[in-house]
Write a protein that binds this ligand. Structure first.
Ligand code: GLU
Length: 380
């Protein structure tokens, strides 16, 4: 079987350590197994998706060294999703619903008050032709739900979680198409995974329920579900969620404000949440060699910024001259040589610190006429 994985960010913000971890796991798996890595931009939410973020994602991925074999944008593939919609409608698996968000919320509250699970009551399935027409005459437009097979229990052998199962009667039929005709995440993802030949879907544990729904969508579209791996989400050093700190932990901020090396970020993200120790890696090849998806555990992975800073120093202390030379030259260290690098390297926390050392070693020497008329020298 030829392996194909994908990393599917939504271009609604910058990449941060959380989604880069998902990207990295997919990338390492592909590179280790000789598979293909697809970068898919999930940009069907046209209001929130922005071109500048899509470009930033590509830029950040390149900076990290995570190259892709193929790239697609969902906004270029609407025709394919409409085709799938026709098939689901023909099979009686997609049905129109007319409730407003407020009406849905009211139903939910009522169910909770009656101690019932807040599962959609499938009113849309029971509408008569006349009721539908009446709604349309009021100016309402339908949203569309996928009719789950609620009697099933969807099960799979997850590469990280082991045997996983979801009772489908605990879930609401998911909305696939909004009332304004735009697609939510669920269907386009499955259509792409099928048509682009994705064999392994590796992503955060927050998608376990989506996976169960998607297994039924794969089947409804006549395809077989891929192999899943759901990794636990990242938390902060003391177990807190990271979502509020996404800005500070964006790849951009780590690069531009903190001066962090790509290999420090990758070395840390490749190992937290696994049974193996974090080690400074100085090449992508080393990272690939040290990777195994079997080592990921079900425990949350703790991301500690201090650990990243320490690791950054260690990575620098091991980087060969060839790996940093062009960057040192770009910082103005003209004529920098290996001897200089090997001398200052153990003192660096960030590569930018090398500029100060360069000044100390080679800075322009300004002659100063001393009080007694002697010529003294001072570092410029
Ligand atoms: N765009 C989705 C997300 O970022 C992709 C999830 C998936 O991997 O299918 O959550």
């Amino acid at each position: 079987m030829s392996i194909k994985v994908r990393f599917a960010p939504s271009p609604t913000g910058y990449l941060h350590v959380g989604n880069v971890r998902t990207a990295l796991i997919n990338w390492l798996y592909a590179r280790k197994e000789g598979g293909r890595f697809l970068l898919r931009l999930d940009d069907t939410d046209e209001e929130r998706s922005r071109d500048e973020y899509a470009q930033a994602i590509e830029e950040d991925m390149r900076w990290l060294g995570l190259d892709w074999d193929e790239i697609v944008r969902q906004s270029h593939r609407y025709e394919r999703y409409h085709e799938a919609v026709r098939r689901l409608k023909d099979a009686g698996r997609l049905y129109a619903c007319y409730e407003t968000p407020e009406e849905l919320e009211r139903k939910r509250k009522l169910q909770l008050a009656r101690r019932m699970p807040p599962v959609y009551d499938r009113e849309g399935l029971r509408l008569t032709e006349d009721q539908r027409k009446a709604y349309e005459a009021e100016g309402r437009r339908p949203h569309w739900r996928f009719r789950l097979d609620e009697k099933a229990r969807v099960e799979w052998d997850d590469m990280v979680r082991g045997h996983t199962g979801v009772a489908m009667d605990s879930l609401s039929d998911p909305i696939l198409i909004r009332a304004d005709g735009t697609f939510l995440y669920m269907l386009p993802s499955v259509v792409d995974d099928i048509e682009l030949g994705v064999t392994h879907v590796m992503r955060g544990e927050d998608h376990v329920t989506n996976s169960a729904v998607q297994v039924q969508l794969f089947e409804a579209l006549g395809a077989q579900a891929p192999i899943f791996a759901h990794v636990p989400l990242l938390s902060g050093a003391s177990g807190e969620g990271l979502s509020k700190r996404e800005g500070a932990l964006s790849i951009r901020a780590l690069r531009e404000e903190e001066g962090i090396e790509p290999l420090a970020i990758l070395s840390l993200l490749a190992r937290i949440g696994t049974a193996d120790p974090v080690e400074p890696r100085t090449s992508l090849d080393e990272l690939i060699a040290g990777f195994s998806i079997d080592r990921f555990s079900r425990a949350t992975a703790k991301f500690d910024e201090q650990e990243l800073l320490n690791l950054n120093a260690k990575v620098l202390h091991h980087l060969p001259f060839a790996a940093v030379r062009p960057r040192l030259e770009a910082m103005g260290l003209e004529g920098v040589d290996e001897a200089f690098w090997l001398t200052v390297r153990p003192n660096l926390k960030r590569l930018g610190d090398a500029v100060d050392w360069w000044q100390i070693v080679n800075g322009p020497v300004t002659p100063v006429i001393g009080d007694e008329g002697f010529i003294e020298t001072a570092l410029g």
